[in-house]
Design a protein around this ligand. Structure first.
Ligand SMILES: [Mg+2]
Length: 326
């Protein structure tokens, strides 16, 4: 095959029926170098009998020698929660539950969000199919951007770790945000539940309380000016911590550098799965969105508008991943 062109547009045919296809899937990085993947082992086996699997390293070495890298595999798919798997603050639809269950049959799955475990439970876990019918042991839960980590072990969701703020950090954060909010006239009298919440790894200020109705929240600070003013004032008081404006009425205080990229790096450490083999799906991958740090980290991403969009994407992705599984 010496005179055969080795970087074709679509397909290289080698030997008799072994086909090596360049990576052209929509979820692949478009700027990637030419890539290949060897057809699933069972097909190699059909062609070459028991010798098939042993030939894979030789084909790989051959292509690497030509400067063609192996195609990225996807062995883990990570999802944002709100507006990606479920409507904001609401339970997941049965259609999404069925798709997640199908996906868990093929790959590892992670859900990562800024929210608390209780939110994961209400929106996702309580609506997942029966543990006996799906691989819940392949599901990785990362509340509060991966500063907490949960796995399904012995039929229970267990917290594996939580990186909480120290008592001193919490006390300073609570004091600063309360003092500045009062000073700026942003400490409301009429609220739906407490304004301040200790989430362990995060202190959250919610101007109208945790349980405020959506309409009231949206009306409170439509321009984002109040939140930003408060954020800046509190940040000046807490130079060693990170202060961010969160939801429509909230300001969050965490350790520095805690975002979804932090969580994804933790996930790679914990699972041993390289970031290159992961795919992230989220609704806020735009530059100002809370999913953007994952994209900036270099993880392959797929942007969606809402959970229905995610469902439609999974209906295409699942058969693709199933075919690519050796
Ligand atoms: Mg979201």
């Amino acid at each position: 095959m010496g005179d055969r062109q080795m970087l074709p547009e679509h397909t290289v045919r080698m030997e008799k029926s072994l086909t090596v296809t360049p990576a052209t899937r929509p979820n692949e990085r478009s700027d990637a170098a030419p890539a290949f993947h060897i057809q699933p082992l069972r097909k190699l086996r059909r062609t070459f009998g028991r010798l098939g699997p042993r030939l894979v390293p030789f084909f790989e070495a051959f292509f690497l020698g030509k400067g063609i890298r192996p195609m990225t595999r996807t062995t883990l798919v990570a999802f944002d929660l709100d507006d990606t798997l479920a409507p904001s603050k609401s339970p997941m639809d049965p259609r999404m539950s069925r798709l997640l269950s199908e996906l868990l049959d093929i790959v590892e799955v992670c859900i990562i969000s800024g929210g608390q475990f209780s939110q994961f439970k209400m929106q996702a876990i309580d609506n997942l199919p029966d543990s006996s019918s799906s691989h819940l042991d392949r599901l990785h839960l990362m509340p509060t951007c991966g500063t907490q980590y949960y796995r399904f072990e012995d039929s229970l969701w267990k917290q594996i770790y939580a990186e909480n703020l120290t008592e001193d950090e919490k006390a300073r954060a609570l004091a600063a945000v309360e003092a500045r909010a009062k000073e700026l006239g942003l400490w409301e009298d009429e609220t739906w539940g407490p304004i301040l919440e200790d989430r362990g790894s995060q202190i959250t200020f919610s101007a109208l309380g945790q349980a405020a109705p959506v309409a009231a929240k949206q009306a409170w600070d439509p321009s984002g000016e109040k939140k930003n003013t408060l954020r800046e004032a509190v940040q000046a008081d807490l130079p060693d911590l990170e202060v961010r404006s969160g939801g429509s009425t909230s300001v969050d205080i965490t350790r520095q550098g805690i975002d979804k990229a932090y969580g994804m790096k933790k996930l790679a450490e914990l699972t041993g799965i390289p970031l290159d083999d992961m795919l992230f799906v989220g609704d806020r991958l735009d530059e100002n969105g809370n999913d953007y740090p994952v994209k900036a980290l270099g993880v392959r991403t797929h942007a969606v508008d809402d959970w229905e969009d995610t469902a439609a994407y999974l209906e295409k992705l699942i058969p693709e991943l199933r075919n690519a599984t050796l």
